[in-house]
Write a protein that binds this ligand. Sequence first.
Ligand code: HEM
Length: 206
Amino acid sequence: MPQTSDLAARLRAATWSAHQSAAGDAFVKGLLRGERTVADYARLASQHLVIYRALEAAVAASGSGLAASLHDPALERVAAIEADLAALGGRADPTPATAAYARHLAGLAADPVRLAAHHYTRYLGDLSGGQHIGRALSRHFGEATTSFYRFAIDDLDAFKQQYRATLDAAGLVAVDERALLDEAAHAYAAAHAVHASLADEAAMVA
Ligand code: HEM
């Protein structure tokens, strides 16, 4: 039997402890507290550029399927990150963890269910806690560096509700739901690995 109802709630519940762990990463917390330099923020934006280029290319190549049905062009972040990086004086320069994440995403173009887990983890995060992050970074580094966090979407809550409704209506069979939940754990682990790589790098140059 396909499990059609409450998939979005199950996905959130299954990943919330991983979320709390990624949200507690020292590098990001330091940035939000204003304890890190503009060069540190540029390194984060640089990782985002590599990650979102890979994610958005994989979604575009994935054809029809869950990732494409969740997608909306208003989500696309590459142009915004390029603008932020230009303002920050940075460029696409991945840490090894980011390069590994981008390679992993490229490999998921043929697996729209697993790709959807990354779509959810990145974009629903950007539309949720990302809004708080964007406001804090704007205070520290200026609005010209934070277009990544601003979406041309009038009602973010309504958009997120629609996104969750699309997940609930996907009609995934159990094996696909398992793959989605497993892959979402991987998406959080990848985000954590990227943050840890930036913390290591910052400690090396400190
Ligand atoms: C300081 C860092 C972070 C803070 C303060 C934060 C905060 C939040 C908050 C308050 C929500 C709930 C919003 C709501 O229910 O509408 C949320 C949701 C979410 N966050 Fe974060 N977050 C952070 C980092 C991250 C990271 C690093 C990721 C993943 C890469 C992420 C992914 C998500 C996702 C996917 C959701 C939506 C969960 C759902 O409703 O299904 N967050 N975040």
